[in-house]
Design a protein. Structure first.
Lengths: 643, 286
């Protein structure tokens, strides 16, 4: 194997220069072949027709694909697949690209039909296959093959259950078959309980927490308790955010009898895939749909069988750790790889090319790019690659061979450096680097002189001196924003706020003071204050002074309560005037009597503390009664009578 | 007694080991990143034509959380160098624009207007060569006016206005002299205007800063999507995608998509087509 690889390398190296000279893609002759899965089918069965087109140039995408058949035939598709390969013939390396177009064909009545030819256009050039003759026999009359698929894989029917294709031995179950003997239950089939007494579908995925690019194995199992069944109306689970590699199921797989809740269930694995997450977050593997077809399985209304769906599964995808990450690591490169490389020839002339063939082998979603050792005077062209990848036992493994044509313009002994692939090994939870050293080559100086720079010499290169390299760290400050400071906005409004608020408060205080002053100079208050000022005179027994003061107090009180300027009213009319102003007659009489007493007191010249005190007390009593009357009047609604 | 003495010696030994060991550990950790050394290595790699090596080393610094204007600048330099080489990759110029924009954001004093103009002109030229028409997207009026000055300039203006307003109000309300009243009225008017203007736009700038983050398109053209990820229908006269190197503002992220403000237009883009700009350096140098 390694020897063959080396020979291939040698041949490709010798042809490298020739390949380089082919600058633009040239469309070469199309090589077309037609394949058919079988020439005889039953009514309702399906066969596949494949048109393979190969070209030495760039083939491009097919347009106007066509496969027609006579009435009675139903054609689905095509499904388009592509391939690329490098072949070396007589020392000449050629790169071929190919496209496979696959149609599914079924018939609804017996007969012999001519189908096709299948055709497709590639950039204006038509690829045409061969006309195919098929025979359709009545259902149940064709002898079934005992084992294996007649055709590698049917993309339209991965389970082989749609239509009446030859059934896999052991699956689907023959509805009329006897129950198989109960074998030992493998662990992956074991369950604690049956979620449905008739039939159900269980999906499993592991692991459920992965790094970006790490493989997740998905498996789906069917369980039926009413005897044998076949799969009808089967659909794959949605897997947005994953790259899927279906695992080919073994052609012969027996059902397993699983006792659950005192019932024997016939179980079978129906799907297996290896999924590679292509973005981070919580990705969901959707529900898979499976229709149980068989005598014991009542069909869901509107469906050909008893439809059951699997549980959706959430997978948490994170980036691999930053710690220890090597330079050049590309997110998604996860697995376990080895890299080998061959360089040939190792002695060339300046300006000639060599071939570098690198083989990447390992387990995982094989990366499509390697880190190249760049340097001035050495130019790697885009590689061609040949893949050999397979998915088995929950793992994707294989190899990818990259073939680079490398033009060397630097003279002398040139160290080509090494090819590298940094990847994350999820099993070991660490980064590793697959390396392949390319060694040195001898380049004989030619007429071209000094090695050109890797940089293109453009006529108007405005980018040439656009940026000058910086090799030191200059100043860097964390941006500070005024508005991030605490209380900035309060501070911004503080000045005007304080002025407006302060002025307003000052005015309010002034107004309050004014009001207070006004309140304090009401007649009632003046009357009481007059009486309070008489305390000293009472103590001294100055009856005249007390009498004058009490008189003033009483007049203030009358004015405050009745608005009557009582000083100008004759004493004889005062009582009547007061009564007219709603003052009770006894109070009016007391007022008049007191005023007369005060008038008499004016002429008392001798000190008499007892007389003064009595007068003062009477004055207080009358003034209090008057002010109490005033308070009642202000409390009562206007117009109501006063006591 | 003996046991106590031994325990003391043990603790003293542990303390000594920690004192001596911690700086060594931190020095090793610092060496692990050593941005200045990486800058030198990257410049040397560019010089010898190993552009991928330079880009990878500088991108790894970014992955490790190193944000510095000169690291971003060096990244721009490496991308521009690779874009000029035969090893050029699609999106290199867009990534160079992103790195330069980031550098400008981190150190606004740097004169990077011209290089950015040249890079964008180069991208436009390449688009024209590929038959794409030039897309001119007018900026949103609010953001355009707000970005006439920096946030702090607006707020400083507001503070000056506040001082004038304070004086004006004081003179107007508390000094009963004709001259002061006139001065107070004028000062109050001017101060109020400046406070409202500076405070309003300063607040808007703060809101833009807090609710959106700048990003640059790093693919040839990022298709405009709706909130469900479907491509927006092409309408004659309006763009169907955002060109490489365009500065957009991300307002929301959801399921691998970002709601962006691009000029006066708002739409969703695939997050993978954008390069988010870091706006706060993690390495502070004088």
């Amino acid at each position: 194997m390694r020897r063959a690889f080396a020979i291939g390398t040698l041949c490709s190296a010798s042809a490298a220069v020739a390949v380089l000279s082919v600058a633009a893609p040239v469309r070469a002759e199309l090589r077309v072949s037609t394949q058919i899965s079988t020439r005889q089918i039953e009514v309702g069965e399906e066969l596949t027709v494949q048109l393979s087109v190969m070209s030495d140039g760039d083939l491009g995408s097919p347009t106007s694909t066509r496969l027609t058949g006579p009435p009675g035939l139903s054609v689905r598709g095509p499904r388009v697949g592509s391939q690329s390969q490098v072949s070396i013939v007589n020392g000449r390396m050629t790169r071929s690209t190919g496209v496979n177009l696959t149609w599914g064909v079924s018939a609804n009545r017996p007969g012999t039909y001519r189908l096709g030819p299948p055709t497709a256009d590639f950039g204006g050039e038509r690829a045409q296959g061969q006309v195919i003759t098929i025979e359709v026999v009545p259902a149940g009359t064709r002898q079934r093959p005992n084992r294996g698929f007649p055709f590698p894989f049917d993309p339209f029917d991965p389970f082989g259950q749609m239509g009446g294709r030859p059934r896999l031995p052991g699956f689907p179950f023959d509805p009329d078959a006897e129950e198989p003997a109960a074998p030992q239950v493998p662990p992956e089939y074991q369950l604690e309980h049956a979620p449905d007494p008739i039939a159900f579908l269980i999906a499993k995925a592991a692991p459920k927490e992965v790094v970006l690019g790490q493989a997740v194995t998905f498996k789906a199992y069917t369980y039926g308790s009413r005897g044998g069944y076949e799969g009808v109306d089967v659909s794959e689970p949605g897997r947005d955010g994953f790259l899927a590699y279906p695992v080919e199921m073994p052609p012969q797989m027996n059902a397993v009898v699983v006792p659950l809740d005192n019932t024997n269930f016939f179980a079978r694995q129906v799907s297996e895939m290896v999924l590679f997450p292509i973005r981070t977050g919580t990705l969901r593997i959707g529900a898979m749909r499976f229709g149980f077809g068989g005598r014991g399985y009542p069909a869901t209304p509107g469906a050909p069988g008893l439809i059951r769906q699997s549980n959706p599964i959430d997978i948490r995808v994170v980036e691999p750790p930053v710690a220890g990450r090597p330079a050049g690591y590309r997110l998604g490169d996860v697995g376990n790889y080895t890299l080998t490389a061959q360089v040939d020839p190792r002695k060339i002339k300046q300006g000639d090319s060599i071939a570098v063939v690198a083989k990447l082998e390992g387990t995982g979603n094989l990366p499509s790019k390697l880190a190249l050792p760049q340097q001035n005077g050495v130019e790697f062209a885009d590689p061609t690659s040949i893949d050999k990848i397979s998915a088995e036992n929950g793992r994707v493994h294989g190899s990818r061979v990259f073939t680079y044509v490398v033009r060397v313009d630097a003279p002398g002994s040139v160290d080509l450096g090494e090819l590298r692939l940094p990847y994350y090994n999820a099993d070991k939870r660490r980064y590793e680097i697959a390396k392949a050293s390319l060694g040195r080559i001898d380049v004989e100086a030619g007429d071209k002189g000094k090695a050109p720079s890797a940089v293109q010499a453009l006529p108007e290169d405005r980018l040439k001196s656009l940026l000058t390299p910086r090799t030191e760290l200059g100043s860097a400050r964390e941006a500070s924003y005024l508005s991030d400071r605490p209380f900035f906005w309060a501070w911004l409004l503080a000045g005007p706020g304080l002025i407006v608020g302060g002025t307003g408060l000052s005015r309010l205080a002034r107004r309050a003071r004014e009001r207070l002053r006004q309140q304090q100079s009401t007649p009632e208050r003046l009357a009481l204050r007059e009486l309070e000022l008489l305390n000293t005179a009472v103590k001294n027994g100055d009856v005249a002074l007390v009498g004058a003061g009490v008189e003033r107090a009483v007049h203030f009180a009358i004015e405050g309560v009745t608005l009557l300027k009582s000083r100008g009213v004759l004493r004889s009319e005062l009582a009547r005037e007061l009564e007219r102003r709603s003052v009770a007659s006894d109070l009016a009489a007391s007022v008049v009597s007191l005023l007369e007493a005060t008038e008499a007191a004016r002429f008392v010249r001798e000190a008499s503390p007892s007389e003064a005190a009595e007068l003062h007390t009477q004055g207080f009593a009358v003034v209090r009664r008057l002010t109490a009357l005033g308070r009642r009047k202000s409390a009562e609604p206007s117009g109501s009578p006063t006591a | 007694m003996k046991r106590t003495l031994r325990a003391r010696w043990l603790w003293a030994g542990i303390a000594l080991a920690l004192v001596l060991g911690l700086p060594c550990l931190s020095a090793r950790a610092a060496d692990d990143v050593a941005p200045a050394a990486v800058l030198k290595q990257a410049a040397a790699a560019v010089e010898r034509g190993a552009f991928d090596e330079a880009v990878d080393a500088l991108e790894l610094l970014g992955d490790r959380g190193v944000v510095h204007p000169d690291v971003s600048y060096a990244r721009a330099h490496a991308y521009v160098a690779r874009a000029r080489s035969r090893a050029r990759r699609s999106g290199d110029l867009g990534r160079a624009v992103a790195a330069l924009e980031e550098s400008r954001w981190l150190r606004p004093d740097d004169e990077l207007e011209r290089p950015l103009e040249v890079l964008r002109a180069e991208i436009a030229k390449e688009r024209a060569r590929e038959g794409n028409t030039e897309i001119v997207q007018r900026p949103a009026l609010g953001r355009a006016v707000t970005e006439l000055f920096s946030e702090n300039t607006w707020l400083t203006l507001a503070l000056i206005g506040e001082a004038a307003l304070t004086f004006g109000l004081f003179a107007l309300l508390n000094i009963k002299r004709r001259g002061y009243e006139i001065a107070g009225a004028v000062s109050t008017g001017v101060g109020l205007l400046l406070t409202l203007l500076g405070g309003g736009f300063g607040y808007a700038a703060r809101q833009y800063r807090l609710v959106s983050e700048p990003a640059v398109v790093v693919v040839a053209q990022a298709r405009l999507l709706d909130s469900e990820g479907r491509a927006l229908p092409t309408v004659k006269g309006s763009p169907s995608g955002v060109p490489e190197g365009a500065l957009v503002y991300v307002r929301q992220r959801r399921e691998g998509r970002a709601r962006v403000e691009w000029g006066s237009l708002e739409a969703w883009l695939d997050v993978g087509q954008l390069r988010r700009l870091q706006t706060t350096p993690t390495i502070i140098t004088n």
